[in-house]
Design a protein around this ligand. Structure first.
Ligand code: F6P
Length: 362
C-alpha cells in the first residue's frame, strides 16, 4: 500500500490547494493514501499530520493559500531535526513524499532524496525563478494582480501628473516586474538582472515629459539595485538614508535578518527610487508597495490548470517509482527533470523579453 506524505513549504502562493487536491484525487484512483503534513518541514519534524481524503479536499480548488499551512523551516540546520523528520516518516508509514515548494523547500527534498528518501518535487513560487520549468504556478496570479495594480495606478498618476513607483516581489529575479510591466504598459521596468543607473532612469522619464506625457509608472522589482555597488552615484545619501538599508551585496533590504535558508528580507527600493526621482526631476512622486497582496487570493484559471497538471503528474511519478524528480512545464508538456538540475541555478529573466519591455520605456 502506498502512503504519500505531502507538504507545502516556503512562501504560500495561489494554486497550492489545487495541487493538493490533484494529488489526493489522482491517488484515490490508485487507492493510495495521502497524509497531509502541516506547516512544511516543521510539521514533519514535529509529526503534525492529517489524512487527506477526497472529501477533505473538496471545494479547495479555488482557494488561495494552503490548507496545510507552510513555514520556512530548514531541517538541515540541525541534525536532530533531520533525525526527527526521518523517524516520523517511518512512524507514520510514509513511503513517498511530495514536496511542493520553491528552491529552498526543494533543496531540502533533494537532500532527503540523496539519503534514500523517495521524494517528488512540485515547483511553486510567484517569483517564477525555478530552473527547468517554463512556469511555476502562482506566477500567473501574481502577474494578474500586479497588472491590475498598474492599470489602476495609471488613472491616478495621470490625474495628478505624478510619477508612481510600484515595487513588486520576485526576490532576485525580475519576472513579475517584467511580465506585469509589459502587460500593464509601465514606462520603466527595473529588475535585479539589470542594475540601474538612476540618472538614466530619470532621463527616460524626462523624455516622456518632453513629449507631453506628464505622468509615469515605474515598476521596480524588490531585488533591483543601482549599478554601482557602493552607490557612489546616489546623491545625498544621508537624506535618503540609503546607507543603512543597503547590504554588502548592494541590495536594498528591510533588515539584516536572514531566514532559515539565508534569505534577506528585500524591500525599500521603491521608496529609494521615488525620493531620487522627485529630487532629480522635481515631479511629485508616490510609491506603492504591493507586498503580500501579490500572493493572496484566488488562483487564475492558468494557475489552477498548471497546478492540477503538476499534481496528477507527481502521482504518476510515484506510481512509476521515478523519484528524485521535479515535475516541470516545458513548452506545453509536463515533464520530469532531476531535482539536481532544477536546483543547479536560478532562472533569471530572459534578456530577449527584457528587450521587448525596453521598446516601451520612456
Ligand atoms: O518567494 C516568494 C516571496 O513572495 C518573494 O517574492 C518575497 O521576497 C518573499 O517571498 C517574501 O517572504 P515573506 O512572506 O517571508 O515575507
Amino acid at each position: 500500500m502506498k502512503k504519500i506524505g505531502i507538504l507545502t513549504g516556503g512562501g504560500d502562493c495561489p494554486g497550492l490547494n489545487a495541487v493538493i487536491r490533484a494529488v489526493v484525487r489522482k491517488s484515490s484512483q490508485y487507492n493510495y493514501d495521502v497524509i497531509g503534513i502541516k506547516n512544511g518541514w516543521k510539521g514533519l519534524i514535529n509529526g503534525e499530520m492529517e489524512l487527506l481524503t477526497n472529501f477533505s479536499v473538496s471545494g479547495i480548488l479555488t482557494k488561495g493559500g494552503t490548507i496545510l499551512g507552510t513555514s520556512r523551516k530548514n531541517p538541515f540546520n540541525n541534525q536532530q531535526d533531520v533525525q526527527k523528520l526521518i523517524d516520523n516518516i517511518k512512524k507514520f508509514g510514509i513511503n513517498s513524499l511530495v514536496s511542493i515548494g520553491g528552491d529552498d523547500t526543494l533543496s531540502v527534498a533533494y537532500k532527503l532524496h540523496k539519503i534514500g528518501i523517495p521524494v517528488i518535487g512540485i515547483p511553486k513560487t510567484i517569483d517564477n525563478d525555478l530552473y527547468g520549468t517554463d512556469y511555476t504556478f502562482g506566477f500567473d496570479t501574481a502577474v494578474s494582480i500586479v497588472t491590475q495594480a498598474i492599470d489602476r495606478l495609471h488613472t491616478t498618476a495621470e490625474s495628478h501628473h505624478r510619477v508612481i513607483v510600484l515595487e513588486v516581489m520576485g526576490r532576485h529575479a525580475g519576472w513579475i516586474a517584467t511580465v506585469a510591466g509589459i502587460a500593464g504598459g509601465a514606462d520603466e521596468i527595473l529588475i535585479p538582472e539589470v542594475p540601474f543607473d538612476i540618472e538614466e532612469v530619470c532621463q527616460k522619464l524626462r523624455e516622456r515629459y518632453s513629449r507631453g506625457k506628464t505622468f509615469s509608472i515605474v515598476t521596480v522589482a524588490e531585488g533591483a539595485h543601482p549599478k554601482n555597488e557602493k552607490n557612489d552615484n546616489i546623491e545625498n545619501k544621508s537624506e535618503v538614508n540609503i546607507d543603512s538599508n543597503v547590504n554588502k551585496s548592494g541590495l536594498i533590504v528591510q533588515t539584516d535578518e536572514k531566514d532559515d535558508f539565508g534569505n534577506v528580507k528585500l524591500g525599500g527600493v521603491g521608496h529609494f527610487l521615488a525620493k531620487e526621482i522627485e529630487k532629480r526631476m522635481d515631479v511629485e512622486t508616490r510609491v506603492t508597495v504591493l507586498g503580500h497582496v501579490q500572493r493572496g487570493g484566488t488562483p487564475t484559471a492558468n494557475d489552477r490548470f498548471l497546478s492540477t497538471r503538476f499534481g496528477v503528474a507527481a502521482v504518476e511519478l510515484i506510481k512509476n517509482e521515478d523519484f528524485g524528480k521535479m515535475v516541470a512545464l516545458q513548452g506545453n508538456k509536463i515533464v520530469a527533470i532531476p531535482l539536481e538540475e532544477a536546483l543547479s541555478k536560478p532562472k533569471t529573466v530572459d534578456m530577449e523579453l527584457y528587450e521587448i519591455a525596453k521598446v516601451f520605456f520612456g
